[in-house]
Every structure is written in C-alpha cells, then in structure tokens.
Design a protein around this ligand. Structure first.
Ligand code: MTE
Ligand code: HPA
Ligand code: MOS
Length: 758
C-alpha cells in the first residue's frame, strides 16, 4: 500500500501549520532572545519596540500567570529568562504584532544591558567544574577491573562526536486561539501533543482540560519536536489568552537554528581489552554528554547511550559511566537514535583502534563478538531472537565482502590520488521508551452508520508514514477496503495522555491499541451478524467487506452489517489501550528488561576519497536489515534510506561550530552542510532478512524509524580505511564529523612531524 500522504505531498495539498487558514484578527509573535550565552540581565529596554506602530504587546516572564517553567523531566528551564541568561538564543520576550514583519522589525529595537559571564561549551570542562545536570550513572556487567589482567591486549583512547541540527523542513511553530470560556486550542507542530497541553496548562495555571492540542502532521521532527516544540505552543497560548486574539508563531530558519537544541555532542574515553582470538573481554567507557543549559530530555538520552554502549557485541566485562554536563549551549534534545549513536560510535572507535594496533581488519573483531541468544546485555536483558550474526553473514554472502575488499584493494593499487575504503557496520537497537511508564498508547475508533471508519490515535505523522500504517491496521483487522478508513488528526480531546511519537515505537504502541479497539468492535459486529444470520458468533467471519458464515459468503456486506448493528443500537465506537507487556527496569540496580525487542542489521559501506581535495563520495551502501515481517515495504525502505543518509551526514559533513563564547557560527544552510542528492550514496541496496517477525511488533513488523541512522556510523570508518591506503602514517583519530578538512589533514599528516599551523 502506498503512503496515503504521497498525493497530497506532491500536489502541495497536505496541511502543515502554515497551511491553516488564519482567523480574522490573528496576531503574530516573534521571539526576542539572548544575545550572549551566559550573563546577568541588568535591564531590558522595550520602550522603542513597544511604540513601534503595529506592535500590540511584548510579553515577558512577568506576564506568566502560572509557572514560568517548561522543563519536561526536571523543572530547570524557564520559558522566558528572568535574571540570568543560560544560552545564546534563550527566549527573553515575545513580541506580538499585527504582522510578522512588524514583530521582526520591533525586535531590532529592543535594547539589553547584560553583565556577561564566562561561557562553558565543552562538557569535560563542565564536568571538571562540577556542572552536572544530575548525578552520573554507571552500567556494569562482570568485573572490568579484574578482567584487564587477563587480557592479551589493552588499548585506550578517546572518541568525540558532534551535535546535529534536525533541519526538519517545517520549522517550529504553533497557532493558538481561544474557544469559549477561556479555553484555548493550539495547532502545534509537535511530536508530543500531550507535552504541549501539559506545559501550557502549567504556564497558564489552568487545568489540562482547558487546553486542546491538535496536530495534523509535521514537516519532519526527527526528535527535534519531541520536547522542543513545547515552548512555541506555550508562548502562543499565553499570548492568545492575554490578548484574546488568535496568535501565530512560526520560527524563521535562522532563529530556529539558533534557539533550539540539537543532537547532543559527546566526548568519551574508552579502554578495550581483547584476547589473542580477538574476543573482546573487557570494555570501559566514560561518556561526557553535552546537555546544554537545561535538562530537557538529556537524562533519557544519556540513559539510551548507556543501553547502547556495546552496540551489537557481547562483552562479558563492561563498565559504562555517563555524565550529563551542563554547558551554555541551547538545551540539547532528542535526535533520531536518542543517544544510541553516540554510544555506539565509541564502541566502533575502540574496535577500529584495536584493529589498527593489532594489524587486523576491524570486521574481524566485529564479527567475532556479535551477540548471540543467551548473551547478557550490560543492563541485564538476555538476548533472544538475536539477528546480529544472521544479518552479518547474509551481508557478507549476498554482497560478497571478499570480492568487494579485493575490488577496493585493486582500485587502490591502480590509483594514486583516489583511494577507496570499506567498513562493515552492524547495528542493534532496543525498541521501547527506555522509561517504562511511557510505553502505552490509546486509540479511538468510530464506525459511522454508513460503514465508513474514523480512526484517532496518539500517533503523530511526521513523514515516517505512521498514518498509513494505522490505516492498514484498521483496514486489515476489519478486513475492509482501506478507502473506508480515515485517519483523523492527533488531538488531545480524542486521545489523551499520550507519549510523544518517538522511540521508533509509535506504530507498535498506537497500532496495538488500535488493534484492541478494532477487535472489540469486530466482536460486537460478529454478534450482530450471528443474530441476523441466525447463526453463532464462532461461525462468523468478516472478510473483504463481506460477512462469511461457516466459511461461505453471505448476502450481508460490511455496510449492511454496520447498518443492522446501528439499528439494533449497538455501540459502534471503541477505545483501545495498550501497555507493552514484559518490560521493566530497576534504576537502583541498573538492571532489567527495558526493551520489547531489538532491531538488528548489518551494512557494508564503500567510499572513494579524493586525496588531493579531501572530499569523498559514497559508492555504495549495501545492507541486510531485520524488518521482521514488514507491513509496508515502501515506507520502511524510505525510513532506511532517510535514516542512513542522515547518519552519514552526521558522521561526515554536518559540522556544528560554536565559538568560545557559545555563539552558533554554523547558523544557516550556507555554513551548515547537510547531505543533498549529490552526497547520497551512488548505490543503496537494502535486503530484508527473512524471519518470522516478532510478536511484540505491530503485525510482526519491527520498528524502523531510528535503527537505520546508525548504519551511517560506518561512513567514518570507511573514510579512515581509505585514508590509511593513501597515508600509512595516518594516526587514528575519532572525532566526528569527518569533514573534508579533517580528511585532508589526515591524508597528509606525517608521524612524529607536526605540521606548522595545524
Ligand atoms: N522520518 C521522517 N520522514 N520524518 C521524521 O521526522 N523521525 C524519526 C523517524 N523517522 C522522522 C522519521 C524519529 S527520531 C523517530 S523516533 C521515528 O521516526 C518516529 O516515528 P515512529 O515511532 O513511527 O517510527
Ligand atoms: N526514546 C525516545 N524518546 C524518549 C525516550 C526514548 O527512549 N525516553 C523518553 N523519551
Ligand atoms: Mo525520535 S529521537 O525518538 O523522536
């Protein structure tokens, strides 16, 4: 089945926030934000801006009727700065004007007097100064200290990875207006409608039932709207409540890039111990997460880093410690993979380092340590349904790793200034919110009297195709034509108390809730059918829009059955609730069974490096992925391609630059490069691993949103492999992204010779 949104998208008919018709009297908001990263506000002069024609009001923390607080996990993030500035881009005031243009002009007229304070941008510096968001956590398996002695080889190093701008095509925004009795309705570009609702209620000081949040779809979220869509929704709601006129806020790209948090940059130190047979016997890693100025989702992101610290490998002795470091960057937040990629990059770096020192290929170490059923993850979950080896072996066989290697070597021996490199990238990603209580969802289904169906769930469509998947669940459960099913907007009055659409779990959680609702309706309809056909429920089957009795089609169609049920006063509306079974986690012990299941896969990446320019092209990425039984191959393939390219971008060209004062320098698309069509691998081959699927995945179709991003990690190591072919003196460095500038330095560095100016 095609993505139900594809026609709307290509015709430009799909409704995003900016496509909602403006109500008469709508006002526009623009944010005045901090022009430095750390300081004390001595005074702000709004007088000139206030007098600018068309400016209606400037709202600050003093206009907040409830709490000036938007922190989701910890209450450490003011909506508007009060006395202190914590990051460059921190909102200070909201300018409301008759037009957006006027608001932006007025913004330039605001004057601020700040006592500047030194800014911390480096997480290790923050840690050294005791600036942590919350106490560190450690996951442990076996006994690393005791294990070092028994290791034949021990290597140490460090590995750093940079942040990543989400670059959703639709920037952050919200449109709020009053309903009757002071109730407020907000159209928000958010992955978490309930998060917006809850926070609006808190900031306005009203109960949640006075706040309705409605989401049609997002022009991308990628984690950037899991928590950080909230502020703009809250501001719009605050202004509309204060001014009794509709208020729209939609950030300009540069404002969005400056004010919002990104993927967390990490710095990390590792120590890896191996035996002669290349088995990894011990691994110690310390992560320094650059959380930015407030907690936001950092505790949860840090937790997932720990969960994925050993990627697809079984290591009997592990100690992984993580510090969430408070710096003066905008609060960093969820980004596809949610801390997992940062953890896995260090593991892969440790393996690459060990391989280099031992003179073997990294894949020899990778392959020997892949997870098998019965192995234990450092967090206590026992591996089952492991597909690490099967995806690996399939990739090696199907894509002929040996001949690929041979081709690369042949090419390298025949070319002086072009060198190819190759890397294998296995991935293992846990599916479920790591915070167990979040793993539940609801769905609301109406069957209208004409047989058409309306479906509401807590799932937010952000391009990942979840609406199509929900429609498939309803249509297949009822066995009716998908054209009879409509996906409603995601709305807090129809489906309440939702978790954000995140953790790749949206289709599983909401789909299972939807199945439950549909099954209940189906049972009721079967009772009606049995009554009409004077048979028994057990003999009734609904198939292809038709009622079957004792295996034979009857005269009764789906529509007629629904009509009969309606006339018999049967309730044609149902609610479904699903809470993932089995999962649990004990934070005191750092042990449990946090994931419903894991998604596995193995990619082979081949790159060509231009050794004069330091530029590179990915020739091919060939991978075997564990989809389970994909319920929609088109959509899932799109997720693989998009995730892979986003991962390669993070590892190679996406280079967030801040100066020492904490100012974002790469603040536009001219200075921040993301993959475009030319940087996409020339060939992408995706093979599905054949399996039975997993019961805890919706229709046995495994979650696919985030795992493929981590295939992109291999980009770093493929480039390293190519550099090594050109420059045997190259010293392994693990400092992503591997920009052409760094590649060039690597190509020409000489051992023990320091290059002047470098
Ligand atoms: N795909 C598109 N097109 N747009 C997005 O914003 N977000 C990613 C992934 N794929 C995203 C996407 C992220 S971060 C997650 S967690 C999942 O989709 C969320 O959707 P799912 O739970 O339905 O997989
Ligand atoms: N993934 C994504 N988002 C989340 C998670 C998670 O594990 N936990 C809380 N928010
Ligand atoms: Mo995705 S980072 O869990 O929104």
């Amino acid at each position: 089945m095609k993505n139900i949104d594809s026609k709307g998208h290509v015709r430009g008919e799909s409704i995003y926030l900016d496509d909602i018709p403006m109500r008469v009297g709508t006002l526009y908001g623009d944010i005045y934000d901090a022009p430095c990263a750390h300081g004390k506000i001595k005074s702000v002069d709004y007088s000139e801006a206030e007098q600018f024609p068309g400016v209606v009001k400037i709202l600050t923390h003093q206009d907040v009727s409830g709490e000036n607080q938007i922190g989701g996990i910890f209450p450490d993030e003011p909506l508007f700065a009060e006395d202190e500035i914590h990051f460059w881009g921190m909102p200070i005031a909201l300018i409301i004007a008759e037009t957006e243009y006027i608001a932006r002009q007025a913004r330039k007229l605001i004057k601020i007097d700040i006592e500047k304070l030194p800014a911390i941008v480096d997480p290790k510096e923050a840690k050294a100064k005791g600036s942590l968001i919350f106490p560190p956590r450690t996951f442990k398996l076996g006994d690393v200290e005791a294990a070092w002695e028994g290791c034949d080889y021990v290597f140490e190093g460090s590995a750093d990875s940079g942040g990543q701008e989400h670059l959703y095509i639709e920037t952050q925004g919200a449109y709020a207006y009053l309903m009757e009795n002071g109730n407020v309705r907000i159209a928000s570009s958010t992955q978490g409608p309930t998060a917006v609702q809850r926070t609006v209620a808190k900031v306005l000081g009203v109960p949640m039932h006075k706040v309705e949040v409605d989401v049609t779809r997002l022009g991308g979220g990628f984690g950037g709207k899991e928590d950080q869509a909230t502020a703009w929704g809250v501001m719009a709601a605050l202004a509309t409540t204060a001014l009794k006129r509709p208020v729209k806020i939609a950030l300009h790209r540069m404002d969005d890039m400056r004010m919002t948090g990104k993927r967390h940059p990490y710095r990390s130190d590792f120590k890896i111990g191996l035996n002669k047979d290349l088995k990894i016997t011990a691994y110690e890693v310390t992560f320094y997460q650059n959380a930015g100025a407030a907690a936001d989702l950092s505790p949860a992101v840090m937790e997932r880093t720990l969960f994925h610290a050993t990627n697809s490998y079984y290591i009997p002795n592990v100690t992984a410690t993580a510090y969430s470091c408070r710096t003066h960057l905008p609060p960093n937040t969820a980004f596809r993979g949610f801390g997992g990629p940062q953890g896995m990059f260090v593991m892969e770096s440790a393996i690459a380092k060990a391989a280099r020192e031992l003179g073997v290929e990294p894949h020899e170490i990778q392959q020997r340590n892949l997870l098998k059923d019965g192995d234990e993850f450092p967090y206590g979950q026992i591996v089952d349904h492991a597909e690490a080896l099967s995806t690996w072996e399939n990739a090696v066989d199907k894509f002929k790793l040996q001949s690929l290697r041979q081709e690369v070597d042949d090419f390298n021996s025949h070319n002086k200034h072009l060198k190819k490199g190759i890397a294998m990238q296995p991935v293992c990603f846990g599916i479920s919110f790591t915070n167990t209580p979040m793993n539940n969802a609801r769905a609301l289904v109406h069957i209208y009297s004409d047989g058409s169906v309306g479906v509401s769930t807590g799932a937010v469509e952000m391009g990942q195709g979840v609406n199509t998947k929900m429609l498939q669940v309803a249509a297949s459960t009822f066995s009716i034509d998908p054209a009879k099913v409509k996906l409603e907007t995601t709305n807090t009055t129809r489906v309440a108390n939702t978790s954000p659409s995140a953790a790749s779990s949206t289709a599983d959680l909401n789909g299972k809730a939807l199945q439950i609702a549909c099954d209940k309706l189906l049972e009721r309809l079967k009772e009606t059918a049995a009554k009409v056909l004077k048979s028994e429920v057990t003999y009734i089957l609904l198939q292809d829009d038709q009622v079957y009795c004792e295996g034979k089609p009857t005269e009764l169609s789906w529509e007629q059955l629904v009509q009969a049920a309606f006339l018999d006063r049967v309730c044609l509306t149902e609610n479904g609730h699903y809470a993932t079974p089995v999962i649990h986690f004990d934070k005191a012990k750092e042990k449990g069974h946090p994931f419903a299941y894991h998604v596995y896969g193995t990619a082979i990446l081949v790159v060509t490096v231009d050794c004069i320019r330091g530029t590179y092209v990915f020739d091919a990425v060939k991978l075997v992925h564990d989809f389970g039984k994909s319920m929609n191959e088109h959509i899932d393939l799109g997720q693989i391609e998009g995730g892979l390219v986003q991962g390669i971008g993070w590892m190679t060209m996406e280079d967030l630059q801040y100066n020492d004062e904490g100012k974002l320098l790469s603040n536009a698309l001219s200075t921040y490069k993301v993959p475009d069509i030319y940087s996409v691998p020339k060939e992408i081959i995706v093979e599905a691993l054949e399996t039975e699927g997993h019961e805890m995945a919706i229709l046995k179709s495994k979650a696919v949103g985030e795992p493929p991003l981590m295939y992109g990690l291999g980009a770093y190591f493929a480039i390293q492999d190519a550099i090594r072919a050109y420059n045997p003196d190259y010293q392994m460095k693990f400092d992503a992204p591997f920009t052409p500038e760094k590649v060039l330095n690597g190509l020409y560095e000489k051992s023990n010779v320091s290059v002047p100016g470098v």
